[in-house]
Design a protein around this ligand. Structure first.
Ligand SMILES: C[S@@+](CC[C@H](N)C(=O)[O-])C[C@H]1O[C@@H](n2cnc3c(N)ncnc32)[C@H](O)[C@@H]1O
Length: 357
């Protein structure tokens, strides 16, 4: 097992770390000694797990091999760095650069990042043989993250380009609908549901196909259902645009799913504003789709579903997941985790992960 750390996106508080852990679980990597810091996740796992995170993650920016963690003061950092075996990762003749990222304002009184980059560069030069600094095109990049008054420092293994997600954002798809989910969130939900290569991933409220597209991009087989013909047609157009052939895309009612078995369910039911609940209520639909999905899943398989937390003008809160907790347990699911995604003053999406017991 290697000591690894991940620089996480600040787009959501709890989703990025949960996504990395879910990817490791889905791909069968063991991990231990997890520590979640602000926008940084530290854990021990196999080195090759980084590749899975690189291919799959929506909310990770960078993966690194940890060399040390220290309090974020220059004296502590210099002391710890001087006791670090840089020769294990930097060979004679190799060039390097040092980059320090500060999360928010952590240690801004104690640390000047440019000065620290220079200082660490000198220490690395001092403790390695025949190495040199190259800021433009280094053989190796050392990366430090200042977070929670700590410095986590190591060797960059991979940087993750999230540009491709913006190429798949709702407005970029040939069929647009205001209810469409952002591509990064859709990918993250597929990850939380443990979808993996060749798995059959069902979205029973597929709309424009965001989750199906993200599932297909990591090698899953996509199965979509929507009760509106125009959505099914639009979804087909979007899938074709990205060269995706779904396992199935049908006009049907999510409450009566005409399938026998899937590997996981990823879905975003209608909240009755930009997308219609078609004469039902969101709560009824959610209850019925949780019931109809249960029969398609095996024990230990998951559904990841986005539920609303609504606040009305009087400040009353309608918290659907909380409301349904007893129902969900009674059906035969265990709640794995919940994550909040703020939409606007009166609506927050709660990403729920349930596992069949
Ligand atoms: C919030 S949208 C899904 C958006 C989707 N995640 C996307 O990114 O485009 C909900 C969808 O559920 C569909 N829907 C509503 N009631 C349904 C039902 N009973 N069965 C299946 N689909 C239904 C709507 O037509 C709508 O397309």
């Amino acid at each position: 097992m290697a000591k690894l750390f991940f620089l996480l996106s600040g787009e959501s508080e709890s989703l990025p770390a949960a996504e990395v852990k879910a990817i490791l679980e889905a791909e069968g990597y063991r991990y231990a000694n997890t520590e979640v810091l602000d926008q940084t996740l530290r854990l021990e796992s196999e080195l090759s797990s980084v590749q899975a995170v690189q291919i799959r993650a929506a909310f990770t920016r960078l993966c690194a091999l940890e060399l040390f963690k220290s309090d974020a003061t220059e004296t502590e950092i210099s002391k710890t760095a001087s006791n670090t075996d840089f020769e294990a990762v930097l060979k004679p003749g190799e060039s390097f650069s040092v980059r320090i990222n500060r999360i928010k304002n952590y240690a801004d009184q104690a640390i000047n990042t440019m000065r620290l980059e220079g200082k660490l560069g000198k220490i690395i030069l001092q403790f390695t043989e025949d190495t040199k600094v190259n800021l433009k095109n280094p053989d190796k990049t050392f990366i430090g993250i200042i977070t929670n008054e700590k410095l986590v420092f190591g060797l960059k293994l991979t940087e993750i380009q999230t540009k491709t997600f913006s190429e798949r954002r709702p407005r970029k798809k040939p069929f647009f609908h205001p209810s469409a989910m952002p591509s990064k969130l859709a990918r993250c939900m597929v990850n939380l549901a443990h979808g993996k290569t060749e798995d059959l991933v069902l979205d029973p409220f597929c709309g424009t196909g965001s989750s199906l597209i993200e599932a297909a991009y990591i090698g899953c087989r996509a199965l979509g259902v929507d009760a509106q013909r125009r959505m099914v047609l639009g979804c087909r157009k979007n899938l074709q645009h990205f060269n995706i052939s779904p396992e199935g895309l049908i006009l049907a009612d999510a409450r009566h799913l005409p399938f026998t078995r899937v590997d996981c369910v990823v879905t975003d039911p209608p909240y009755g504003r930009s997308s219609s609940t078609l004469k039902s209520t969101t709560k009824q639909l959610v209850q019925e789709v949780l019931a109809s999905s249960l029969g398609l899943l095996g024990v230990g398989q998951r559904i990841c579903i986005a539920l609303p937390i609504r606040v009305n003008q009087q400040g009353q809160v309608d918290h659907m997941a909380k409301d349904l907790a007893g129902f969900v347990k009674g059906l035969g699911y265990r709640t794995i985790e919940s994550h909040l995604v703020y939409i606007h003053r009166s609506l927050t999406r709660e990403i729920m992960v349930y596992e069949k017991t």
